[in-house]
Design a protein. Structure first.
Length: 101
């Protein structure tokens, strides 16, 4: 049995769904950031699958750009969360109603 485009898209949809459900359900901001990373990984898988199917390298360029965006998001997001934790001793999204306190 050959692995085709539908298999890759099904896996990407499942990974995206897990990330989306985790983002909506969980209130811990670190877990929410990890769920966003899962959704970006699903988008990367979709770009790579279509790039392979169409024989075009443009999808791989988008994957590399998406990796750069994900790395920047993690670096800035974690820096902000560390500072919030230092000030409030919590990273629960329901308790973060204002930026300064």
């Amino acid at each position: 049995m050959a692995i085709g485009l539908t298999h890759y898209l099904g896996l990407a949809a499942a990974v995206f769904l897990v990330g989306m459900v985790g983002f909506v359900i969980r209130r811990n901001t670190i877990v929410m950031l990890m769920c966003v990373e899962l959704m970006l990984a699903a988008a990367n898988l979709t770009f790579a699958a279509f790039s392979r199917e169409l024989g075009n390298e443009a999808g791989h360029v988008f994957v590399l750009m998406n990796f750069a965006v994900a790395a920047a998001e993690v670096a800035i997001g974690l820096a902000i969360l560390v500072e919030i934790y230092r000030r409030r001793r919590s990273v629960d999204a329901d308790e973060l109603t204002t930026l300064m306190e």
